[in-house]
Design a binder for this molecule. Structure first.
Ligand code: NAP
Length: 302
């Protein structure tokens, strides 16, 4: 048996197309487009390339996009004043501060200064609380977990009553996806177990999973024999295990592996996400969806 691949690269294209169409409709009816500002402090090459990708995607779907680059030396007070400016800006619906920030700035203080109604990353404690309450209380689900849930839904995998096992309990992936899958509603209503380094028998839990979501950051942690035949396996892990020369560009690129032994697992699972090309492309896509939602809330369309 060979698993059906759930490709983030394909689902991204569908969702970005849907967003583009909705943005055009809202612009025609209400004369507004979603506005996203990306604040970059310093010149960390990885951060710069993430920000560029976010801005390019925002541009592609027809958003008003602002890239605000600040020097490494900006003071915490000035950065907080900048956030305040965008909190009050009528044309901005989403504020994103690219992490990490320089050591002299308190990251938590800065993230908590973002207006929760413009917190399209979904990390503000108010939005974490809303996610926990669930239902119509939720405004912005964090982007990677939202992407995971969307992939499961679009692949047509039944979640109601499913045994979901989440490997990892981070605040950005493990905990929020566990909370989302346990809620009553679309793409959820599951029975959820969260496992971590304190878990006694990781294999036994994984073997029960109808849907196995792995976000540990350990290359090929999940062995093929831990996978229930026919299960849906979502591999969130992105691990650099070496380097190779790209056939396309001739440049050095990282060799990436997930947290699951993909080649063997795909012979057992019913559905599986590859690495790269699985969960990865969904995060920025859901950021765009959250920014669109933010404008829709403001216009009373949601
Ligand atoms: P993290 O903050 O390091 O958390 C990892 C979690 O996995 C922790 O809860 C840890 O348990 C658990 N864990 C680690 N080793 C384990 C083991 N041997 N057995 C059981 N549990 C184990 O990582 P993260 O930020 O959630 O990210 C996880 C992975 O997803 C990384 O590879 C990251 O690069 C990737 N990621 C991808 C995307 C994307 O594709 N868009 C987004 C976010 C993250 P303890 O709590 O007990 O330490």
């Amino acid at each position: 048996m060979s698993a059906k691949l759930i490709l983030g690269t394909e689902i991204r294209e569908q969702i970005l197309e849907e967003i583009t169409q909705e943005v055009a409709q809202i612009k025609e009816k209400h004369g507004k487009v979603p506005g996203l500002v990306t604040i970059l402090v310093g010149a960390n090459p990885a951060s710069m390339s993430y920000v560029t990708l976010k801005i390019q995607t925002a541009h592609r779907v027809g958003f008003h996009e602002v890239q605000d680059s600040q020097p490494e030396t900006i003071s915490e007070a000035d950065l907080l004043a900048l956030i305040d400016k965008y909190n009050k800006d009528e044309n901005i619906n989403g504020i994103l501060v690219q992490l990490p920030l320089p050591k002299h700035i308190d990251e938590k203080k800065v993230l908590n200064a973002i207006d929760p109604d413009k917190d399209v990353d979904g990390f503000h404690p108010v939005n974490v609380g809303r996610l926990m309450i669930g239902g119509s209380e939720v405004k912005f689900a964090p982007c990677t977990p939202a992407g995971i849930q969307e992939m499961i839904v679009r692949a047509g995998v039944e979640t109601k009553g499913a045994e979901v096992v989440v490997v990892g309990r981070s605040n950005i992936v493990g905990k929020p996806i566990a909370v989302m899958m346990v809620q009553k509603g679309r793409g959820a209503n599951s029975t959820v177990t969260v496992v971590h380094t304190g878990t006694k028998d990781l294999a036994a839990h994984c073997k029960r999973a109808d849907i196995l979501i792995v976000a540990a950051g350990v290359p090929e942690l999940v062995k093929p024999e831990w996978i229930k035949p026919g299960a849906c396996v979502i591999d969130v892990g992105v691990n650099r295990v070496g380097e190779k020369i790209s056939e396309k560009t001739g440049k050095k690129i990282a060799i990436l592996r997930g947290d699951v032994d993909f080649e063997k697992a795909k012979e057992i699972a019913g559905y599986i996400t590859p690495v790269p090309g699985g969960v990865g492309p969904m995060t920025i896509t859901m950021l765009m969806l959250n920014t669109l939602r933010s404008l829709k809330y403001k216009l009373g369309l949601m």
